[in-house]
Design a protein around this ligand. Sequence first.
Ligand code: SAM
Length: 291
Amino acid sequence: MAALALEDATRAAALDAVAALLARCGVEDARRDARALLLAAGGFTAAELLLDPAAKLGAAACARLRDYALRRAAREPVSRILGARGFWTQDLLVAPRVLDPRPDTETLIELSLELMGERRREPLRILDLGVGSGAILCALLAELPDARGIGVDLSAAACAAAAVNLSRCGFARRASILRGRWADALAARFDLIVSNPPYIASGELDGLEPEVRLHDPRLALDGGADGLNCYREIAEQLPRLLAPSGAAVLEAGDGQARSLVALLAEKGLAPAGIRKDAGGRERAVAARRRD
Ligand SMILES: C[S@@+](CC[C@H](N)C(=O)[O-])C[C@H]1O[C@@H](n2cnc3c(N)ncnc32)[C@H](O)[C@@H]1O
């Protein structure tokens, strides 16, 4: 087990010790993560840490920090250790066996809101395919105050997590969660269809960082031989699901945006925009019906 001496430590010494341990274990931004774990374990703010770094941590906080630090050293993500993460404007619970939502997915929210434009105050019908934790649906319902949504997922754990998050965010009455395979069970039409489906090529899964490989469910990652299987399945369903002036917005994996546009075009959908994430990668792809 990794060594970590925290007995009688001050806040500053504890931060140094945890950061050093995480760095030795290959954690990329070791000090940032050490600080987040220290604040959570100690129950103080970043400002309080800055103002009083010499304060003693105390036995209970030390024990909590040790537990957090050893888990992070074993490459469990901070959001899973703390059980929570911020996404868009919402605070979400992060549940075991459910994908931990990523900041890059906010690109899909930005493009969706841009496309809804002046329709934002309309009673829009939203469909989220592969709802996971409910991150996308919660963000959209927060921005589109008269919208209602349906989230679908094949995973029972994801459906349960999405229901909890929708309820925590105050959207339980405006959304329903269905367990099933994409939109197989749905006959309605939607103004906005969003999806961040699994898109990693099966052969790449074993090479992913431990934070992803050991903690995100394979069902949320595996996009088949070329990573595009779920896009094909979803693209097949979109024409019958989109309302006449509706739009679909899908998250794209690295280097997949152009293939995704082509797949959507094969199903008769017109391109409606591509948006890059903060790292400059084409991350969200939109399409509309042609009629
Ligand atoms: C990449 S995760 C996205 C989760 C969430 N929307 C987000 O952005 O954080 C993909 C989700 O699709 C779900 N999924 C995979 N295959 C599915 C299928 N055939 N039908 C419905 N959901 C599926 C997974 O369980 C997982 O929750």
